[in-house]
Design a protein around this ligand. Structure first.
Ligand code: LRH
Length: 489
């Protein structure tokens, strides 16, 4: 048959990627078309996303992808990080650059709710009360940026905003919408009672569309400007985590995954939300997955800590560091210290969320001054955290997972993969690396091939990737035990 070409945008915290997918009827092959760095800009104490820069980079990516596909692309789909949003005012214009969730507004917002309201927020939504959730950001905006709040008539989450800029259509889908904590995950619909408990205005969210349907057609003026033919933007899981989970190469039974990027999302896929006290106490979230599934997961700090340390090192020494070099320093330090002395810490400690200096914050938190010892501590602490979260999820779901799937850019880290296997005692299956964009491309096939469902899509993806396997080698019981003691309340 004929090849189908689809464009997947994976817009993450640290890079904006345009990927072209080629589907030949059996396999999907992905081709990286463009990758440009993304990041925030700090203005007077707030970090912002330069959304119009992101949009113009994506337009160029689309133009290049169409050229690479020989002039025709069947459709496009967009995934981004969660939570953040742009607000639109009465004259239909974007009111400012979207704020980045790494600020104090969310914490202040959550702080306005008492214990009873928090419990209700969780029970009604199925999402954990994380201070960064859009709902608490918006409460913080209400109280601390009142003019911005007053003018807001529409809230567009980052992928909704980008889809709107490309197509002019205002809609959303469950995966990104779930990161607001304003959606009832039993119904997959926004729930007025959540707006009421939080004390924010209603009627600002777009309609929810199903995966595989069309969100909108590329605007004619943009098609003309880029000199390409109009094409549909398909509703894919537009939250990067949900798109990534589509690509977990597991076809039999329940699976455990770690979606590894700036964040580590540690969880499993369910057919319905699991909302109870254990889930609440473990701070797990029932996020929206692909095609009506739920991803029960823990939002955990990931490569953010390492990325920041590496950036600071490069600034300080005025040269580039390769990841291999960073791993090497940590391995040497770890061998010297031994599992008894590697400095461990909680990767989710609030002091590491958005510090001016990550290195100083880690020195303060661990009491360790030497940088290579700290590096050893970062890898060990992340791996222990992975092991602990998988353990919690196994207890809560009553399921034993045979392997841990690590997907996304962070799964290129062999050292961390091996350590995770050693600490958890389970094999780690690493890959695909290109998880989010592949997921974004794969779900578009539902629009082009009638009758295709999530199981078929996962089979196609599974057949198209070659993950690496890491068997547990040495026991790290002492290390893990020290970590558990450290985290005891
Ligand atoms: C990961 C992610 C995560 C959270 C965070 C804000 O990229 O989407 O799932 O929502 O970013």
């Amino acid at each position: 048959g004929k090849e189908i070409h689809c464009v997947g945008f994976d817009c993450g915290n640290s890079s904006i990627r345009t990927v072209l997918g080629h589907f030949d009827g059996t396999n999907i092959e992905v081709e990286l078309i463009q990758q440009v760095p993304n990041g925030t800009v700090r203005v007077e104490g707030y970090d912002y996303w330069d959304i119009l820069h992101i949009f113009s980079q994506m337009q160029q990516g689309l133009k290049q992808a169409v050229a690479a596909a020989g002039g025709t692309v069947a459709s496009a789909g967009i995934s981004t990080w969660g939570i953040d949003f742009g607000l639109f005012g009465p004259s239909g214009q974007l009111l400012g650059n979207p704020l980045c969730y790494r600020n104090e507004l969310g914490g202040l917002g959550l702080g306005t709710l008492g214990e009873e309201s928090r419990k209700k927020m969780f029970e009604q939504s199925g999402i954990q009360n994380h201070p960064m959730n859009s709902v608490y950001q918006f409460v913080g905006i209400r109280d601390h940026l009142p003019e911005y709040y007053r003018l807001a008539e529409k809230m567009m989450l980052t992928p909704d905003l980008l889809n709107f800029l490309f197509t002019g259509s205002f809609n959303t889908e469950t995966s990104i919408a779930s990161t607001t904590q304003l959606m009832n995950m039993r119904s997959g619909r926004f729930d007025d009672s959540l707006f009421d408990i939080a004390g924010i205005k209603k009627g600002i969210m777009p309609p929810v569309v199903d995966h595989g349907t069309v969100r909108g057609m590329l605007r004619q003026d943009i098609a003309d400007y880029l000199d390409i033919a109009p094409l549909p933007f398909v509703a894919v899981p537009s939250h990067d985590t949900a798109a990534a989970v589509v690509t977990v190469p597991s076809l039999e039974g329940p699976f455990a995954f770690i979606s590894s990027g700036t964040w580590s999302l540690i969880g499993t896929e369910l057919s319905a939300p699991l909302i109870n006290d254990e889930v609440y106490n473990c701070e797990l979230a029932n996020e929206g997955g692909a095609c009506g599934t739920i991803t029960l997961l823990k939002n955990s700090a990931g490569m953010h800590i390492l990325q920041n340390v590496k950036n600071e090192l490069e600034m300080r020494e005025n040269r580039r560091f390769a990841w291999d070099e960073v791993v090497d320093l940590s391995l040497k330090a770890a061998a010297f210290l031994g599992d008894e002395k590697i400095p461990l810490f909680d990767p989710n400690h609030p002091s590491l969320y958005n510090p001016d200096s990550m290195i100083q914050a880690l020195q303060l938190l661990t009491g360790e001054k030497k940088l290579d010892n700290i590096l050893a501590g970062i890898y060990a602490s992340l791996a222990c955290n992975y092991g602990a979260a998988i353990c919690d999820i196994e207890k809560i779901t009553g399921t034993e997972y045979p392997v841990i799937h690590i997907i996304g850019g962070g799964c290129r880290n062999d050292h961390l993969n091996q350590m995770t296997a050693d600490i958890s005692g389970k094999p780690v299956v690493a890959g695909p690396v290109e998880a989010t964009s592949l997921g974004t491309i794969a779900v578009q096939l539902m629009h082009h091939v009638p009758g295709l469902g999530l199981t078929d899509i996962r089979k196609i993806v599974s057949d198209s990737v070659q993950p690496l396997r890491f068997e547990p080698k040495v026991g790290r019981d002492r290390l893990y035990q020290r970590y558990e003691e450290l985290l005891k309340p």
